[in-house]
Design a protein around this ligand. Structure first.
Ligand SMILES: [Zn+2]
Length: 379
C-alpha cells in the first residue's frame, strides 16, 4: 500500500516522509484517530515507505523487492497483531491458545480486499460477528519471539499492532520493556481508535501521532463514481460523514436502499391517490416478492417519510431529516399529510409491519394498506 492510496492526510504524510529522510524514526509510534479516517492504512503505507529500497520524494516505489512483498502484506520482517477470537481445538469443543498467526492468511486476504474497515467487519470475516475481539496475553510471547529473530532482509523490522486497546492487560505489561528499549532497527506502530483505553505506560512510551478527520475536498474526491450522485448529494454525504470514509460508505449504502424505498413509497401514494387498483395489485406482487426483513424495513421507512412530511408541512426545516430526493417529492406531497390523517396513516403502516411479522399474506397486507391510504389521503 502506497501513501498515495491513503485518502487525504497530506500533512501527516509529509511529516512521516521527512522523519524517514532525516533518519529520525521513532521506535514506537501511536497512530490514533476515529474509525474510518485511515490510521491503519497510513501506518502500513508508512512501514512500506520505511523499507522501500527505491524511495521516491513523496511515496514508496511500489516495485522494488520490498514493496512487492509489502503490497501483499507478506514481508518476513512485517508483523501484524490484531484482535481475534479463540479457535476451537480440532478434536473437541474446548478453546485453544490462539495467536494472530493462526489468522494470518485470513488477515492478508482481508487487507487485499479492504484498506478501510472497522473491527466488526474483520470479526465478521473470521466468523466471529457476535464476539468482542481480543489480543490475548499469549500473543506477547509470540511478539517477543518474533522480535528476537534477526532481520531477514529489510532495513526495519516492523510490528503493527491494530487496536492495542483490545489487548489484555497482562499482554500489554509484558510488552512494556521491549517498547521502551527495543532492538535496533525495530519499529512498533500502534494503531488505536480509542487511545484513552490503551495502557498509560504504553502510551507514554510511544510517540503520539493524531490522524485527523479526512478533509472535505479529499473525501469528496474519494466517493466512488458508481453511485452517480449529483453535486448536491455528494455535499450532503460528505457533511454526514464527519471526515470518516467508512461513515461515507455507510451513508451511500443506506442511500442506495432508500432510493428503492422512496420509489416504492411514491408509487404507493400515487396509486392510492388515483385509486388505481390494478397498479396497486401489481405493486403488491412486487412487494410480496421481497424478503420479510426488506418488507419490514420498507414499512418503517414509510413511517419515517410520513413523519417527515408532517414536519415539513410545519416548515420546521431544521428538524427535517430527508435527503434531496425525498425533500423534492415532499415539497408537494407534504400538503396531503395533515393533522386529520397523520396518526391514522402511521397506525396503518405500523399495523402492516406487525402483520408482516405475524406471517399474514404480504399481498393482502399491501392491497389493504393501499386502499386505506387512498381513503386517508383525501381527508
Ligand atoms: Zn519500493
Amino acid at each position: 500500500m502506497g501513501l498515495s492510496d491513503i485518502i487525504g492526510q497530506q500533512q501527516l504524510k509529509d511529516r512521516l516522509i521527512r522523519s524517514v529522510q532525516s533518519g529520525q524514526v521513532p521506535h514506537a509510534q501511536l497512530f490514533h484517530g476515529n474509525e474510518g479516517v485511515g490510521a491503519l492504512p497510513l501506518a502500513i503505507a508508512y512501514a512500506q515507505y520505511l523499507n522501500c529500497t527505491n524511495k521516491q520524494a513523496d511515496d514508496s516505489c511500489g516495485s522494488c523487492p520490498s514493496c512487492i512483498k509489502y503490497n501483499k502484506y507478506a514481508h518476513p520482517d512485517l508483523h501484524f497483531v490484531f484482535p481475534i477470537v479463540k479457535k476451537k481445538k480440532s478434536s473437541g469443543t474446548s478453546e485453544k491458545d490462539t495467536v494472530c498467526d493462526d489468522y494470518i492468511s485470513e488477515w492478508r486476504n482481508f487487507l487485499n480486499r479492504n484498506s478501510y474497515f472497522k473491527l466488526s467487519s474483520w470479526l465478521t470475516e473470521i466468523g466471529a460477528e457476535n464476539a468482542q475481539g481480543t489480543i490475548y496475553t499469549v500473543e506477547s510471547d509470540n511478539i517477543l519471539k518474533k522480535l528476537n529473530l534477526k532481520i531477514y532482509e529489510a532495513e526495519y523490522k516492523v510490528m503493527i499492532i491494530w487496536l492495542p486497546e483490545k489487548m489484555q492487560e497482562e499482554c500489554a505489561n509484558k510488552l512494556l520493556k521491549i517498547i521502551e528499549e527495543p532492538y535496533d532497527k525495530t519499529v512498533f506502530l500502534l494503531v488505536s481508535e480509542n487511545p484513552d483505553s490503551v495502557l498509560g505506560t504504553i502510551r507514554s512510551r510511544s510517540q503520539s501521532l493524531h490522524v485527523p478527520p479526512i478533509d472535505k475536498e479529499n473525501l469528496t474526491k474519494a466517493i466512488p463514481a458508481k453511485y452517480n450522485l449529483s453535486e448536491e448529494e455528494i455535499v450532503s454525504v460528505v457533511h454526514l460523514s464527519n471526515g470518516s470514509y467508512l461513515k461515507a460508505e455507510e451513508v451511500l449504502e443506506n442511500n442506495a436502499e432508500n432510493e428503492d424505498f422512496l420509489d416504492l413509497f411514491i408509487t404507493i401514494m400515487r396509486n392510492s391517490w388515483t385509486r388505481n387498483i390494478r397498479n396497486m395489485k401489481a405493486k403488491g406482487d412486487y412487494f410480496a416478492s421481497m424478503g420479510r426483513e426488506w418488507q419490514k424495513n420498507f414499512l418503517s421507512y414509510a413511517q419515517h417519510m410520513i413523519r417527515e412530511n408532517f414536519v415539513y408541512r410545519l416548515h420546521s426545516k431544521e428538524i427535517n431529516y430527508m435527503n434531496p430526493a425525498e425533500s423534492g417529492f415532499s415539497a408537494k406531497f407534504s400538503t396531503y399529510v395533515n393533522e386529520r390523517n397523520v396518526i391514522e396513516l402511521m397506525d396503518e403502516l405500523e399495523l402492516a409491519e406487525r402483520h408482516i411479522e405475524q406471517n399474514v399474506n404480504p399481498r393482502m397486507i399491501f392491497l389493504d394498506l393501499s386502499m386505506k391510504i387512498a381513503v386517508l389521503l383525501k381527508k
